[in-house]
Design a protein around this ligand. Structure first.
Ligand code: FES
Length: 122
C-alpha cells in the first residue's frame, strides 16, 4: 500500500485517550502539536531529550531521522519503543507514553501486543 505524503492517519494515545489525525509525512509529535493537542510530552522536538518516548502498541511507523540510543536501546526499539518526534505514522497508530515524565516501567511485561521473543523471559 502506498500512501501519499498528504495522507493522514489516526493516532491514539492510550493513557489520555486522545486521538488526532497525523500526516504520514510529519512526526507523531509535530502532528499533535500542529493541532494543539496533548498527550505526548513535548521536549526538544529534535530527538535529543527523550521526553517524547512512546511505545507503539499498534500500527506502523517510519523513521524520519536517527533514534538516539541514549534514549531508546536496540532492545527497546524491537519492543516498539521510539521517539515520537523522530517517527511518522504509515498506518493508524495506537501508542503509550513511555518517557521520563511517565512513571517508569510501572506496567507489567505481559502487556506487549507486539509480542516479541524478548518478552518471554520467565
Ligand atoms: S521531544 Fe526531545 S527527543 Fe523528542
Amino acid at each position: 500500500m502506498v500512501l501519499d505524503s498528504h495522507s493522514k492517519v489516526s493516532v491514539n494515545v492510550v493513557q489520555t485517550d486522545e486521538t488526532y489525525l497525523c500526516a504520514t509525512s510529519e512526526s507523531l509529535l509535530r502532528g499533535m502539536l500542529r493541532l494543539g493537542r496533548k498527550g505526548i510530552p513535548v521536549g526538544c522536538v529534535n530527538g535529543g531529550c527523550g521526553v517524547c518516548k512512546v511505545r507503539i502498541v499498534q500500527g506502523e511507523i517510519k523513521a524520519l531521522g536517527p533514534i538516539s540510543r541514549a534514549h531508546v536501546t536496540c532492545e527497546e526499539e524491537m519492543q516498539g519503543y521510539t521517539l515520537a518526534c523522530r517517527v511518522a505514522p504509515t498506518t493508524a497508530v495506537c501508542l503509550e507514553v513511555a518517557g521520563r515524565l511517565q512513571k517508569p516501567f510501572s506496567r507489567g511485561r505481559a502487556d506487549s501486543a507486539t509480542a516479541s521473543p524478548l518478552s518471554q523471559q520467565q
